[in-house]
Design a protein. Structure first.
Length: 65
């Protein structure tokens, strides 16, 4: 079962809604690698969980790939 998580970017305050399985979120919080337990999310969505940084702010801080 998926749940919607409302995460706010620490840089700009933009709120992002991301659907994830609560068991997967808990497994990540308990130490599992996020890319393993939430592989169904894209890298930008996983980064919002990890650092609270949206793609726009990430690019402002670190530049393009």
């Amino acid at each position: 079962m998926m749940e919607t998580y409302h995460l706010e970017c620490v840089g700009c305050g933009q709120e992002v809604a991301i659907d994830a399985n609560p068991r997967d979120v808990e497994a990540w919080r308990d130490g599992d690698l996020i890319q393993n337990v939430m592989s169904y999310l894209d890298a930008d969505q996983r980064e919002m969980f990890i650092s609270g940084t949206c793609p726009t702010c990430w690019t402002k801080m670190f530049g393009e790939d």
